[in-house]
Design a protein around this ligand. Structure first.
Ligand code: SF4
Length: 203
C-alpha cells in the first residue's frame, strides 16, 4: 500500500471513495453513480467499486483506461504511471469485505486509524436490505458513509441521531451516515469530508 499512501500523503491523490450499491426507482438508473464518479475523479479522488455501482461504471466506460481524460491532473498521472483506469472493480456488493481489508492494509502501512484515512463510503442509489447491511459494515469499520436515498428511519429521532448524529455510531466507531438527496451536494459533501480528513492529518 506504500505507493498509494505516498500519493495520498503528497496530495497527488486527494483520497478515495468506496462506492457500492444498487439502482433505486427513486433515482434515474445509474445517474447518481455516474455523475458522482465523474465529479470525484475530476477532483483527483480514486474510486473503488463493487456491486451494481461497478456495473454502472463499466457501462459508462469509466473502467476503461481512456477514462483518465476525465480525471484531474494528479489522478491522471497515477493512471498513466500504473496503467490503470481511475475507477476500479472489487467484486460483487458483498465483496465489500475486500475493500475493508484494503482499508485495513492502508491503515497499517500509513500509521493512520481507518477513520482518519481520507476515504469515505457511498451508496447513492441504495435499495436492498443487503445494501443496508453493507453500509452498516462500512460505518462499523470506521468509514463515514454517504447515502443518496433516505434510510427508513426518519420516524424515530433517536435512531436518526444514532445513525447520523454525533452521539451514536460517530462516538462509538468514529463514523456515521450522511444523507443527501441532491446528488451535486452529496458529491460536494464527500469532497469536503475528504479534505477535512486531510487537514486533520496535516497533509
Ligand atoms: S444488493 Fe443487489 S441491487 Fe444492490 S448492489 Fe447488491 S446486487 Fe446490486
Amino acid at each position: 500500500m506504500k505507493p498509494l499512501v505516498d500519493c495520498v500523503r503528497s496530495g497527488v491523490l486527494r483520497g478515495a471513495v468506496a462506492m457500492v450499491g444498487c439502482n433505486n426507482p427513486k433515482v434515474r438508473p445509474d445517474y447518481a453513480h455516474i455523475e458522482l464518479m465523474k465529479k470525484l475523479i475530476k477532483h483527483d479522488i480514486i474510486l473503488v467499486l463493487s456491486g451494481c455501482s461497478a456495473q454502472a461504471a463499466a457501462k459508462a466506460g469509466l473502467m476503461d483506461k481512456e477514462a483518465k481524460s476525465l480525471c484531474g491532473e494528479g489522478l491522471k498521472r497515477v493512471c498513466e504511471l500504473v496503467d490503470i483506469p481511475p475507477v476500479l472493480h472489487m467484486g460483487s456488493c458483498v465483496d465489500i469485505s475486500r475493500m475493508m481489508i484494503l482499508a485495513s492494509d492502508i491503515a497499517k502501512d500509513s500509521g493512520w486509524n481507518i477513520s482518519q484515512i481520507p476515504l469515505v463510503g457511498c451508496a447513492p442509489e441504495w435499495m436492498s436490505e443487503k445494501a443496508v447491511s453493507i453500509g452498516n459494515y462500512v460505518v462499523a469499520t470506521g468509514i463515514d458513509t454517504y447515502l443518496g436515498v433516505d434510510p427508513y428511519t426518519k420516524g424515530s429521532t433517536e435512531v436518526t441521531e444514532l445513525l447520523q448524529g454525533e452521539t451514536g455510531t460517530k462516538k462509538w466507531v468514529e463514523a456515521n451516515f450522511t444523507v443527501e438527496l441532491d446528488i451535486e451536494k452529496l458529491g460536494d459533501k464527500m469532497i469536503q469530508a475528504i479534505e477535512d480528513k486531510r487537514k486533520a492529518l496535516g497533509i
